[in-house]
Design a protein around this ligand. Structure first.
Ligand code: PEP
Ligand code: MN
Length: 639
């Protein structure tokens, strides 16, 4: 049962409820949600819920209808985010785990670790204990394999996961691994589940070969009841009558499971298909189905692999796959998890300092709560940072400039609306700020209403003029008699209709705004053109930039400059860029305030791999320009 606590419960009252339940024989877990704090009480015993309901500080008691309790969504509404070393799985991230089926030798695991890390994997896999169908097949290197896997993980800064097959190995393995893997064949090995659960460590729980979703969740329940709340589910294909693939990938299980449990779910396209060529398309299907990641087998020489060679990707195929996954991420409203994803501050600090540190990091964004800019900020930073909504672009810049916020997130371009000039103009006025990163958000519009509203109730629709414009076809067809009213911002329009509480008005905005203001989405994805993305700059003062930059591979630069008013002056600069073989990805010109008919040019470049080349290009550009500034050198997350 779920014991929902009152907001104002005192620590003493809470302790009383806890000990009452424990004494009755329940396992008690406290779950702090966004809205409520609850105590989950599970166990063999049963009591009259009213005895708990009457205790001081208790708001209500709700029974859990499902046989799995701790794992159920009823128990916890928010997604669980599983932390494995520096890597997080769940929420709006897509984590890519990769590595060979089995660890074979030092060179093999090192080579593969280096290539998967380089391509974008955040965690390394590799079996040391292999539960093979045939007793004559390679059984894995055992503890020696664990040592090699640990070495490779440490060398390339990736947490590691490997399969545990025997309860008696659990303690020994806990010293090496970051996440246990429970294989499909062992999903219902309850003694193993209990032993692994007791460690409290993260667990990747594969779905059994012929397990129903409920059986799979019951296995997760075993782990949770034994002591871990860090469980990641993994759909890896089930047995069906079909023989064309090794198993049948059950993609539909992914959204089903996400409804039933708060635990993150990922997919394993390698064991699901057993065929190399099917791995990439099925990986994309897994992500499109809403999973929080994939676990993929990669081998530097699959022909010689001691196990599962035919389903292992070549490193080059894996690299391409990560690119494709990255391109798909914004479509499903997620970002590719990176090592380390959490930028600045938290990186240099030890784990124990981290939580305190992150909440003192303030990130400013333009707009009200629920705005697309907030989504961009959330995607770029740890969930623990403090967000500061700012009314205008100028206020957002000022917040970062004055030190009130450490970082700022501002839109710079939309694929349909073009450049956001405010951001470029303000950047020109703030030489103390620098671009340290980039984020992309898919703009998906929804018709948002006061709960219970029907289409025929709607007489007015509020949104930002761009929102109205982008949904014109929908409005004309579905709401021909409603009046469209421009509003200063999309999420602001939702806040406004929430205040009115009137069923005759609707708003067009993103889903986060509907959730934030407790409104209902009546129609989803109503934009005419689905390829609608906004790109954001992440800004900071120069002194905060270095840490951020040192965390990832830099691949983009933004510059601004002006040239003298003579024939070919701009072309000379562009020609230099071309002669250096550097790819220019954006060119924009803006009038310089106070200097009629003079322009500042903004250029974005793909950063050449060779640093010297970029430095030389910059010094040559400086000679040909009347003013020059590097706006930022950063990591582009856009595929
Ligand atoms: C594996 O991941 O190598 C493995 C054996 O997977 P499964 O348990 O899903 O068959
Ligand atoms: Mn395998």
């Amino acid at each position: 049962m779920i014991v929902i606590l009152k907001q104002g419960i005192t620590p003493q009252e809470k302790d009383k409820v806890r000990s009452f339940l424990s004494e009755k024989g329940f396992i008690v877990k406290e779950i702090v949600g966004q809205q409520d704090t609850v105590l989950g009480a599970v166990g063999k015993v049963s009591i009259d819920p009213r005895t708990v309901e009457l205790m001081p500080g208790v708001s209500s008691v709700v029974p859990i209808s499902k046989p799995y309790k701790l794992a159920s969504r009823e128990m916890k509404k928010e997604d669980t985010i599983v932390q494995v070393g520096k890597v997080k799985i769940g929420g709006n991230r897509v984590a890519v785990i990769a590595g060979p089926c089995a660890v074979e030798n030092y060179d093999q695991i090192m080579t593969i670790a280096e290539s998967v890390r380089e391509a974008g994997a955040v965690m390394l896999r590799g079996g040391a204990f292999k539960p093979r169908t045939s007793p004559y097949a390679f059984q894995g290197l055992g503890e020696e394999g664990l040592k090699l896997l640990r070495k490779a993980g440490d060398a390339f800064d990736m947490p590691i996961t490997t399969e545990v097959v025997s309860p008696s190995d659990v303690q020994m393995m806990a010293g090496y691994v970051d996440m246990f893997q429970i294989g499909a064949r062992n999903m219902q090995n309850f003694e193993l589940l209990k032993e692994v659960g007791k460690t409290g460590m993260p667990v990747l729980l594969k779905r059994g070969l012929s397990a129903t979703i409920e059986e799979w969740l019951m296995a997760a329940e075993y782990l949770m009841a034994s002591g871990t709340d860090q469980v990641v589910l993994c759909e890896r294909g089930i047995r069906t009558f079909e023989k064309a693939t090794r198993n049948t990938l059950d993609c539909s299980a992914i959204p089903v499971v996400q409804k039933l449990t708060h635990l993150p779910v990922i997919g394993d396209p390698s064991h699901a298909t057993g065929i190399r060529d099917m791995v990439a398309p099925m990986s994309l299907a897994i992500i499109a189905s809403g999973a929080s990641g994939v676990i993929v087998e990669v081998h530097n020489c699959p022909e010689k692999a001691l196990s599962d060679g035919p389903q292992s990707l070549y490193p080059s195929q894996f690299k391409k796959l990560v690119h494709d996954i990255q391109a798909l991420c914004p479509v499903v409203g997620k970002s590719l998890e990176k090592i380390p994803r959490v930028l600045p501050q938290s990186m240099k600090t030890q784990k124990e300092e981290k939580a305190a540190d992150m909440s003192s990091v303030v990130v400013a964004f333009q707009g009200v709560r629920g705005a697309f800019s907030e989504l961009a900020a959330r995607r770029s930073f740890d969930e623990d940072v403090s967000l500061l909504p700012c009314h205008t672009f100028a206020e957002t810049f000022d917040a970062v400039s004055s030190g009130k916020a450490k970082y700022g997130v501002l839109p710079v371009e939309n694929t349909l609306g073009g450049t956001v000039y405010d951001t470029l103009d303000l950047l020109a006025m703030h030489p103390e700020l620098t671009v340290i990163g980039e984020q992309q958000v898919r703009v998906m519009h929804n018709l948002i209403v006061v709960p219970g509203t029907k289409m025929e109730d709607i007489k007015k629709v509020y949104s930002h003029p761009q929102g109205i414009q982008q949904c014109r076809a929908f409005l004309e067809k579905e709401l021909p008699n409603a009046v469209s009213i421009p509003f200063f911002d999309t999420a602001g329009a939702v806040e406004y209709i929430a205040k009115l509480g009137d069923k005759s008005v609707a708003a067009i905005a993103g889903a986060p705004a509907a959730h934030y203001y407790g409104m209902e989405i009546l129609r989803q994805g109503i934009e005419t053109n689905a390829s609608n993305y906004t790109r954001f700059y992440i800004l900071s003062r120069e002194e905060n930039a270095e840490l951020f930059r040192s965390q990832a591979e830099l691949n983009k630069a933004a510059l601004s400059f002006s040239v003298s008013d003579e024939p070919g002056a701009l072309m000379d600069v562009l020609k230099l860029i071309a002669d250096y073989g550097v790819n220019m990805t954006k060119l924009e010109s803006r009038p310089i305030p106070g200097k009629p008919w003079e322009y500042l040019f903004f250029v974005e470049l793909q950063l050449p791999a060779d640093n010297d080349k970029f430095d030389k290009l910059v010094s040559e550009i400086k000679e040909k320009t009347t003013s020059f500034r590097i706006l930022g050198v950063y990591t582009s997350v856009i595929g």
